[in-house]
Write a protein that binds this ligand. Structure first.
Ligand code: UDP
Length: 479
């Protein structure tokens, strides 16, 4: 069965915001007739297997379209419950030192089991994956999981191609090709002088270290959305939009049921079914952001005071199951709102009862909302979220901003209530946002449909991968 399939290995950085788009790419490549192995660390595999039924044993193949998807994992050298796992600095040292050998072993094992790897694709947070692949003579690619605008901003900063704020000139604005003027408050916060997250700045800029080794640099965006930026950055780095990966058309039911959640999703679709169309406010700040106690309190009472039905994802904090909701809040919102610790966001945003999305503006959440035509209330906290919020409100025209552009100080309950009301009361601004949201939804669907701009780009990459595999010696995957 399928003994002529070309085998591609996808290696994800161990974080939800990286796993989701890479797993979607995995399904997309499989649907075009490749054998795809999705890999990340064993510790994350442990979480994914606890949360989902379909992340199965390594010898199980899930048929997707014309190809197959399977999973295989590698060790980062630490036990699942290692006490330093949440210390990003320490963890990066560990992953960077153990990862390359573990991954090389996994790649060798594929060949010995009759599935020679013909191409490796990774997230750029682990640039060493490209070293491992090229040292083994395997062509490789990268999936950039933020916007082209942010890619271009980091690139110009790293290569000194534009003047950015410094400690002596902290407030200067930055003009980059194909973009509106970015004020200091619109820039990814890791680039600002005095950022408290030096380790993250290093990690972010480190992503560019090995890009020249990649034969393909893909981005989860689409041509129509970021055309002028793509045109201006392409002569510097050829970057190929292949998204929104979330919107890719899955014809096989098996494909949609394979999920990469790191936490068990609470099924809230029945609850959504009980609400009228475009009535529910959905609130989530992704997998990393944790709001401060005071901000949680203001958000909570603002939502209650809005009197609209709402679904709110509140992650437990790192050290306890305590969600820091105000005392008595859950009783107060009975019959109005629902609070869950994790939900199937892709399905929630696709549900007709959703009116708008209060989001931290992570790029995955942004693309998911945009592809579903859901208006956004932007509440960015740090990093690229700040720049995404600027584009959401001023360039794509699909959202309002809550509070100060660069996050903090405290956004009051009154401001939350006012913003929700403005978005749902049918005023001219809300109507314009709705119109723009529907326009982008249509463009997103078109881009990933057969023959659309992103679909053509993926097909060209698949053809190239196949062509290169045919020029390599030895048998292909024997599945
Ligand atoms: N997500 C989800 N359920 C939730 C919250 C988030 O499935 O309850 C998913 C969301 O659909 C997105 C990812 O988690 O794909 C979060 O990525 P994003 O880039 O938005 O934010 P990050 O977590 O990286 O800050």
């Amino acid at each position: 069965m399928g003994s002529d399939l070309v085998h591609v290995l996808l290696v994800s950085f161990p974080a939800q915001g990286h796993i989701n788009p890479l797993l979607r790419l995995a399904k997309r490549l499989a649907s075009k007739g490749l054998l795809v192995t999705f890999s990340t660390t064993e510790a994350i595999a442990h979480m994914m297997q606890k949360a989902n039924n379909n992340i199965t044993a390594t010898n199980t193949l899930t048929p997707i379209g014309k190809g197959y998807l399977r999973f295989d994992f590698f060790s980062d050298g630490w036990d699942v419950d290692h006490p330093q796992r949440n210390d990003l600095d320490a963890y990066m040292v560990q992953l960077n030192s153990v990862g390359p050998t573990s991954l090389a072993d996994l790649i060798e094992r594929q060949a010995s089991e009759g599935r020679r790897v013909s191409c490796v694709i990774n997230n750029p947070f682990s640039p060493w994956v490209l070293d491992v692949a090229t040292d083994m003579g395997i062509p490789c690619g990268v999936l950039w999981v933020q916007s082209c605008a942010v890619f271009s901003t980091y690139y110009h900063y790293l290569h000194n191609l534009a003047k950015f704020p410094t400690s002596s000139e902290p407030h200067i604005s930055v003009q980059l090709p194909g973009m509106p003027l970015l004020k200091a408050d619109d820039l990814p916060s890791f680039l600002l002088p005095g950022t408290p997250y030096g380790c993250l700045t290093e990690l972010i800029l480190g992503q560019f270290k090995n890009l020249s080794k990649a034969s393909w640099v893909m981005v989860d965006s689409f041509d129509e959305l970021e055309n002028s930026i793509l045109e201006s950055i392409s002569p510097l780095v050829p970057i190929t939009p292949i998204g929104p990966l979330f919107k890719s058309i899955d014809t096989e039911s098996d494909s949609t049921s394979v999920r990469g959640d790191m936490w068990k999703a609470v099924d809230c679709l029945e609850w959504l079914d009980s609400h009228s169309p475009a009535s529910v406010i959905y609130i989530s700040f992704g997998s990393v952001v944790v709001l401060g106690g005071d901000q949680m309190e203001e958000m909570a009472w603002g939502l209650r005071n809005s009197k609209r039905p709402f679904l709110w994802v509140v992650r437990p904090t790192e050290n306890s199951a305590d969600t820091r909701l105000p005392k008595g809040f859950l009783e107060e919102i009975e019959g109005q709102g629902k609070v869950v610790q994790w939900c199937p966001q892709d399905r929630v945003l696709s549900h007709p009862s959703i009116a708008c999305f209060v989001t931290h503006c992570g790029w995955n959440s942004t693309m998911e909302s945009l592809s579903c035509g859901i208006p956004i209330i932007a509440f960015p906290q740090w990093g690229d979220q700040i720049t995404n919020a600027k584009f959401i409100s001023d360039v794509y025209g699909v959202g309002l901003r809550l509070g100060h552009p660069k996050g903090g100080p405290l956004v009051t309950r009154g401001e939350v209530e006012r913003c929700v009301a403005e978005m749902t009361d049918g005023g001219p601004k809300a109507e314009e946002i709705k119109k723009n949201s529907m326009k982008w939804k249509e463009a997103a669907v078109k881009a990933v449909s057969i023959g659309g701009s992103s679909d053509k780009n993926i097909q060209a990459i698949v053809d190239d991968v196949r062509g290169r595999a045919e020029n390599q010696n030895g048998p292909k995957a024997d599945v």
